[in-house]
Design a protein around this ligand. Structure first.
Ligand code: NAP
Ligand code: ZN
Ligand code: ZN
Length: 349
């Protein structure tokens, strides 16, 4: 089927209109008319080849909400008209230990990502949600709970699950003390989810001026990370720190703010840290630096259901797709409140 979208043709070209084909639905496929797609900082990393492995053309987008247009004859959980979500993955081997545990993101063969991957059955490149239609195997389609605003729910499919998964892994609940580094897409979801789980939540930000928004989101305390005096006040406080910073940064100043056996979870940056980690910061107090990668399909559904129950959505700025390049520039300046979401209807204008 013919699909309209937006693609990057190189690391330096602006994203521009792009037509391409998607497969006709296989027996277990769901065809989704895309309504909204969130704009993740990963889209920008991939479009601009920050990792050095992007192939072009690249159609980004992995925070997809839409309505089912058609289903294959073996599909049992979805029907035409259902509101659904599609996140960072569209397939995996479904047989390895991680897959059987519902940790498809860590599939032994590597999951098939929503874009910038190769379809494991027909060998074609996968294309993301900056487009009007997506075709996905049923097992990777999420049910959107009733009552959630579809535009606000789109970022739950990546920013939501990426922060929900470590909050659960590290047992955040009533009485936990959680800090989040960076008030962007992932950061604001981490703060909302941790708060809804019953934690006392603190924002570490390098941007003065975000305090008012942070308190509106429900943050209990804001610490300007560039101010050593403010950092000293929170020494020994946090059980869990979720670090969403997208670029190389020094993690050492945050370590003394962890409590005994506290953990700092890297979710933002995946490259080499330029400033060596001071071993003393982890040895003293049995503290740990760890990481977390998106989350599995079953836990994504649990996160969506939790958000449905608690009325949690992302704070979004809805844009027409024609403004995507400007949105990337604003994201680089940390000028996002707090997730751009593309109204896919704008593709037709
Ligand atoms: P975002 O909306 O741009 O937010 C990042 C925030 O980090 C900014 O708002 C800013 O907050 C802070 N920040 C930005 N640059 C910084 C720097 N150089 N030093 C210190 N702080 C900085 O980005 P996002 O969409 O949340 O994504 C964050 C990162 O997570 C990206 O690298 C993305 O690729 C990655 N990611 C990882 C996973 C995973 O599975 N682990 C999944 C999705 C995304 P303040 O202004 O408040 O300081
Ligand atoms: Zn993402
Ligand atoms: Zn697998």
């Amino acid at each position: 089927m013919d699909v309209m979208g937006y693609a990057a043709q190189s690391a330096t070209d602006a994203l521009a209109p792009f037509s391409f084909e998607r497969r006709d639905p296989r027996h277990d496929d769901v065809v989704v008319d895309i309504l909204y797609c969130g704009v993740c900082h990963t889209d920008l990393h991939l479009a601009r080849n920050h990792g050095g492995f992007t192939t072009y053309p690249l159609v980004p987008g992995h925070e997809i909400v839409g309505r089912v247009r058609e289903v294959g004859d073996a599909v049992s959980r979805f029907k035409v008209g259902d509101m659904v979500g599609v996140g960072c993955m569209v397939d995996s081997c479904q047989q390895c230990k991680p897959c059987l545990k519902g940790w498809e993101q860590d599939c032994a063969e590597g999951p098939t990502f929503t874009y910038a991957s190769i379809d494991r059955h027909d060998g074609t490149p996968t294309c993301g949600g900056y487009s009007d239609t997506v075709v996905v195997t049923e097992n990777f389609v999420l049910a959107l709970p009733d009552g959630l605003d579809p535009a606000g729910a789109a970022p739950l499919l990546c920013a939501g699950i990426t922060t929900w998964s470590p909050l659960h892994r590290w047992n955040v609940g009533e009485g936990s003390k959680v800090a989040v580094i960076g008030l962007g897409g992932l950061g604001h979801m981490a703060l909302k989810l941790a708060r809804a789980l019953g934690a006392d939540v603190t924002l570490f930000t390098r941007s003065s001026g975000k305090e008012e928004d942070a308190f509106r989101i429900g943050v209990n305390h804001v610490v300007l990370s560039s101010d050593p005096a403010q950092m000293a006040v929170v020494a020994g406080r946090f059980d869990v720190i979720i670090d969403t910073v997208p670029y190389d940064h020094d993690v050492n100043p945050y370590m003394p703010t962890l409590t005994l056996e506290g953990v700092l979870v890297l979710v933002g940056y995946m490259g080499p840290l330029g400033t060596p980690v001071n071993a003393g910061g982890v040895v003293r107090g049995r503290r740990a630096i760890t990481g977390s990668f998106i989350g599995g399909v079953p836990e994504t559904q649990r996160m969506l259901d939790f958000c449905g129950k608690h009325g949690i959505v992302s704070d979004v700025e809805i844009i027409p797709i024609q403004q995507i390049n400007e949105a990337y520039e604003r994201m680089l300046r940390s000028d996002v409140k707090y997730r751009f979401v593309i109204d896919i209807a704008s593709l037709k204008s």
